[in-house]
Write a protein that binds this ligand. Sequence first.
Ligand code: FAD
Ligand code: NAP
Length: 337
Amino acid sequence: MLIQKNVSLKPYNSFGIDVSASHFVELTHEWELEELTADETVPTTRLVLGGGSNILFTKNVAALVIKNNMMGIEVAEENEEHVWLQAKAGVVWHELVLYAIDHNLGGIENLALIPGCVGASPMQNIGAYGMEVKDVIDEVACWHWEEKRMMVLRNEDCQFGYRDSIFKQGLKDKVLITSVVFKLNKLHKVNTSYGAIQQQLATMGVSNEPTIKTVANAVIAIRESKLPDPNKIGNAGSFFKNPTISLELFKAIQLHQPNIPAYPANEGVKVPAGWLIEQCGWKGYRDGDAGVHALQALVLVNYGNATGAEMLHLSEKIIESVKEKFGIELEREVNIW
Ligand code: FAD
Ligand code: NAP
């Protein structure tokens, strides 16, 4: 276990922000955690990193940054209908999706091509195209820094919500997720309820019941057509959550904006944040190297050398203008450090 000092984090975050970590370590095994916790030469403020695709660094990180490289996928249990796959936190998420498809296991195909690692998937309960990972997570194993022990949270303990979980709330910065068990389906029922998937399947000429592989391919095609590739242009996906607003507010906005899109939500109506931002004129905006993506206004982009503070400032201006025009307060989805 090599602890390095003053390490640039530019290669470790998809926004490509150039800040440094005062201390940096890569972990490959669970047993290293005990040793690391006992090490009094490193800061006790810690930041765990997977793929760095959901984080914005606004300053140098005076903390121990832990890059989680624990690898491995194995079958934990199996019956006639299900396979319980245990994946270590460092496994690349999309590789798990491909593994599941190769083994004919359904349940995560709509989540194809989401960047990042398995360990971060429960953090914000990753979701896309009508599916959320909470629906297939069985349990999450993690190391509790203060209690110096492993603990296992069952699905019902994780307090999953829309892009939310106990790991972003009560257990924030208190645990390092080491592995996740997913309960996948041998008998599939694909979910093509999302309009964009149906359109893409039609374009692909698929009219019968599609397979999980076909659905994943449709999702991949949609994502590649409209989302910026972080390897080419810095970004962290959706910068804001899609807000759920009250029916009263929705109706009030609808009087002036009859085309406002909306989807049913638990308590009220879910409105696409990208649409709100676009209506405020931000789509394609650029100031220096900080900008708003030209095809999807929900994605803020770093064209090269923007600082995290500049990206954050841009996000503040967007929040203000959406609040002023619609009375809706956008909430950031990206983790700010
Ligand atoms: P990181 O950015 O490394 O970390 C995110 C947070 O989790 C940080 O707070 C970090 O400290 C914490 N963390 C990471 N690993 C651990 C661990 N092992 N233990 C404890 N804490 C940990 N998200 C979606 O939900 N749906 C999408 O469709 C989607 N599309 C995206 C598209 C693009 C182009 C991009 C760039 C991002 C997208 N995202 C999406 C956001 C992002 O990919 C996900 O949130 C992903 O799960 C982040 O994984 P990561 O490993 O990169 O996490
Ligand atoms: P989109 O398809 O243009 O849709 C925009 C919004 O409409 C989202 O709020 C989405 O909700 C909602 N929506 C669309 N169809 C819906 C349906 N049939 N039922 C319920 N809600 C519906 O969005 P997009 O930006 O291209 O993204 C496509 C999917 O990938 C979305 O699920 C999005 O969340 C996900 N994604 C997430 C990130 C991220 O970083 N978090 C980045 C890119 C894409 P939901 O968001 O709840 O789905």
